[in-house]
Ligand binder design. Structure first.
Ligand SMILES: [Zn+2]
Length: 252
């Protein structure tokens, strides 16, 4: 009889211990889930994830999406969807720029949303280290004179190398597509040259809608002081090359 009582006591005690353990385990699971949820809603953290990002931070550049998280990015040199068909940046897939350039883009984003709340700026490339520029230069197997039409000579330095140039377009969230600019990004031909737009419109090579979309992008950028160039509808400069060399640090 005594043995039976002892046995029952042991069973009851063991059961209590295992229940307590289960409760602890459940708490651990809940805590883990809570931590994961917190992670998802946290803003993009400044994490020095790659060597390229380290260089950007060292040069005093900022992640544009940390200045305005509504600006979209589609960093083409971090994938093979670019004119070189090569992944130049590897793990790095962010848009960094000089702080004043990022502020200008924030203003431009606010501006474009007053035109259409479904519109957003979408960045294809921002700060680009000279080493990446060199990599692009080396991949292109053609005479130098021809090469320069596609990639800025790394010896001269591009404004992208200072975080003072941006390649971008406009994305329409309601149609889930880019606005039609007449050519894709990095289309290297006269059809991408803003300076020939009027002629090409008259010749029927560009539609009025395509030209209007480009004009909207240019107007938005001009309003915040970002200047277009004559040969690429997607490229905008925040200063001159001379100003960049005098005031900013080149990202090696
Ligand atoms: Zn560019």
């Amino acid at each position: 009889m005594q043995y039976t009582v002892i046995l029952v006591l042991i069973i009851v005690l063991t059961s209590c211990v295992s229940k307590t353990k289960k409760a602890v385990l459940n708490e651990e699971v809940v805590t883990t889930i809570q931590q994961d949820t917190t992670k998802q809603i946290e803003p993009i953290a400044i994490i020095d994830t790659t060597e390229l990002e380290h260089q950007m931070l060292q040069a005093g550049l900022v992640n544009i999406q940390q200045i305005d998280s509504t600006i979209l990015t589609d960093i083409r040199y971090s994938q093979t969807n670019n004119f070189l068909k090569k992944d130049i940046y590897g793990q790095y897939n962010k848009a960094y720029a000089l702080p004043f350039v990022a502020q200008k883009l924030k203003q431009a984003q606010e501006q474009i949303k007053t035109v259409n709340p479904n519109y957003s700026l979408i960045i294809f490339d921002a700060a680009r280290p000279k080493s990446a520029q060199q990599k692009m230069w080396n991949i292109l197997d053609m005479p130098i004179a021809q090469k320069q039409k596609y990639v800025s000579n790394p010896q001269k330095g591009s404004l992208h190398n200072f975080g003072a140039a941006i390649d971008l377009s406009i994305y329409n969230d309601s149609t889930q597509s880019l606005l039609d600019m007449g050519t894709p990004y990095d289309f290297f031909g006269k059809k991408a040259y803003p300076k020939y737009e009027t002629q090409q419109l008259q010749a029927g090579e560009l539609t009025q809608l395509q030209v209007n979309n480009r004009l909207l992008l240019r107007k938005t950028m001009a309003q915040v002081g970002l200047k277009h160039i004559n040969t690429e509808w997607w490229h905008f400069n925040a200063c001159t090359r001379k100003q960049a060399w005098e005031n900013y640090k080149i990202i090696e």
